[in-house]
Design a protein. Structure first.
Ligand code: HEC
Length: 136
């Protein structure tokens, strides 16, 4: 009994570890991409990330001018979808469950950048955004 519990616990640890990623690893991932995309890339910038998060764009969909349209203006607070569903805070300090999967992060960057900016975000923008969330 004890040993089968141990086996299951190890299995869980192993399988979650296969898919687990954290915010620092994501930022490293985007830094490698940003270097490839832009030869003069030096570092991610918290202020640029903050600006991307709160700025209003006119190039995207009319009803979603900004990331803050759905995510709260304060990333430590909850936000709301267009349909009124709660979106948990984006800041890692208040929501440690965030940024655990590259697949999820990529899916939502693609979708939300297209809605807000009218195009996909580049690796520098993604890294800036995550750097802001890491420090919020
Ligand atoms: C139309 C509403 C809406 C807008 C506008 C929006 N988001 Fe989101 N975002 C969501 C929803 C819904 C989710 C998925 C639910 C969740 O993770 O809580 C999400 C999730 C994310 C995630 C995944 C986080 C994780 O835990 O992996 C990222 C990254 C993200 N959004 C970035 C952005 C950025 C950058 C912008 C602005 C360019 C933006 N979002 C604008 C609704 C929106």
């Amino acid at each position: 009994m004890k040993s089968s519990f141990f086996f299951v616990a190890m299995l869980c640890l192993f399988t979650t570890d296969l898919y687990a990623i954290d915010l620092d690893a994501l930022i490293r991932h985007y830094a490698i991409k940003a270097e490839k995309e832009n030869p003069v890339f030096s570092n991610f910038d918290l202020e640029r990330g903050k600006n991307l998060y709160s700025r209003s764009f006119i190039s995207g969909k009319k009803d979603t001018p900004s990331c803050t349209t759905c995510h709260s203006t304060d990333p430590t607070q909850i936000g709301e979808t267009r349909a009124g569903k709660v979106i948990e805070p984006m800041a890692i300090s208040t929501n440690p469950e965030r940024y655990r999967s590259l697949k999820k992060v990529e899916k939502w960057f693609r979708r939300n950048c297209k809605s807000v900016l009218g195009r996909e975000c580049n690796a520098t923008e993604k890294g800036d955004f995550l750097t802001f969330m890491k420090n919020s």
